[in-house]
Design a protein around this ligand. Structure first.
Ligand SMILES: [Zn+2]
Length: 254
């Protein structure tokens, strides 16, 4: 493996171990997954059934993006067809089967400035996403650092069957977000399921993930006291456009 491939593989393993770390309570057993853009045509993604906290090189699969992206154009697909396509997308036929969520990873890695993707079932975020206020959590912001690390809003995905359908809905809703906000989202929230964060670097994926989880905890606490009180839109816009915040974002590798 040449040096930059090696570096990306190591960065992916470190990111996976951080997201899967027991103390963070974001993923247990086979929950969650991660990916990195490797070449213009391929990406690395966690294999199906492997665990983020103990991920090794053998649990990572290199996939051809085109194979998976073309699936998203289909109207319907049987589970067996999806399985066969996942296996066919492998660069090395001896590697393990990629996670079915590789479909949405393939899509996100086509977005400008997105090199890494992380997905978890974080507890506080899911407490909100399994509540009637899930959509509101995606649309609103409560503290300045949430705007800096998670963007001015998140993409909200109503509950959808995981796999093929979910990847299609994610694509449609993310494209609508880009048209509305003129920027690529940092955070995607899936009702009754979990969170996806995107970034140029592993640090950006972690910053968005950890800040969203912290914001969710604050949200839950504040809601017990009759809140939360939300940031006003002009304050969100101001933070998003402040030059000192841009400096901080660069320093944080966002
Ligand atoms: Zn999931």
């Amino acid at each position: 493996m040449e040096e930059s491939r090696q570096k990306k593989m190591n960065a992916l393993l470190t990111l996976s171990h951080e997201l899967g770390s027991e103390r963070r309570q974001m993923a247990i057993l086979g929950e969650g997954n991660t990916s990195v853009r490797l070449t213009p045509e391929t990406f690395l993604v966690k294999a199906s059934g492997s665990s983020l906290s103990t991920l090794t090189r053998q649990d990572v699969v290199e996939c051809k993006a085109k194979n998976l992206l073309s699936l998203l154009e289909r109207k319907r697909l049987e589970d067996e067809e999806i399985d066969a396509a996942l296996l066919r997308s492998r660069v090395n036929p001896k590697s393990k089967k990629p996670s079915v969520e590789a479909l949405f990873h393939a899509f996100f890695l086509t977005l400008p400035g997105v090199n890494y993707v992380g997905h978890t079932h974080a507890i506080a975020v899911n407490q909100v996403l399994c509540s009637p206020r899930a959509r509101e959590f995606a649309r609103k912001r409560i503290v300045p650092d949430e705007v800096v690390c998670c963007g001015p809003a998140s993409v909200f995905i109503p509950y959808t069957d995981p796999g093929f359908r979910l990847a299609q809905v994610i694509r449609t809703r993310t494209q609508a977000f880009v048209r509305r906000y003129h920027q690529v989202p940092r955070v995607i929230l899936m009702e009754n399921h979990g969170i996806i964060t995107l970034g140029r670097s592993p640090e950006a994926v972690m910053a968005a993930m950890f800040m969203a989880e912290k914001a969710a905890s604050i949200w839950i606490g504040a809601s017990l006291l009759g809140g939360p009180t939300f940031l006003a839109q002009h304050d969100i816009d101001r933070i998003a456009n402040r030059s000192d915040e841009h400096y901080r974002q660069r320093e944080l590798k966002l």
